[in-house]
Design a binder for this molecule. Structure first.
Ligand SMILES: [Zn+2]
Ligand SMILES: [Zn+2]
Length: 109
């Protein structure tokens, strides 16, 4: 009879994923994926990220800047513009997204 290897302790119940940009819990709504290396440059790794954080990245940087300079979360978070965004978004609920507040629930009279 084969020896049973002790099972790895963490068969993880899915951990609360956190946004690599702002550090808040991701939640379940308005999640995007970001390629640190843009797909155009053969980047394969994608990271789940808040949609709003994702949009912020792409409005702050061009693909070329992302490729050349801002291809790590540290460098992204070190940018002044992103830092003030993180401060601002820190107070919002995880699924906060500026464009969704009208679309989820239509109010009927
Ligand atoms: Zn975020
Ligand atoms: Zn992206």
């Amino acid at each position: 009879m084969p020896k049973r290897r002790p099972a790895p302790i963490d068969e993880p119940s899915p951990p609360e994923a956190h946004c690599p940009l702002c550090g808040r819990v991701l939640g379940t709504a308005n999640i995007d994926r970001h390629h640190l290396i843009p797909k155009t440059f053969k980047g394969k790794e994608q990271f789940p990220i808040h949609k709003i954080c994702h949009r912020k990245i792409h409005s702050a940087f061009t693909e070329r800047e992302l490729l050349q300079t801002y291809h790590t979360w540290e460098s992204l978070r070190g940018h002044e513009d992103i830092r003030s965004f993180i401060d601002w978004v820190a107070k919002k609920p995880p699924d906060f997204y500026t464009r969704t507040y009208t679309s989820n629930k239509k109010r009927y009279r």
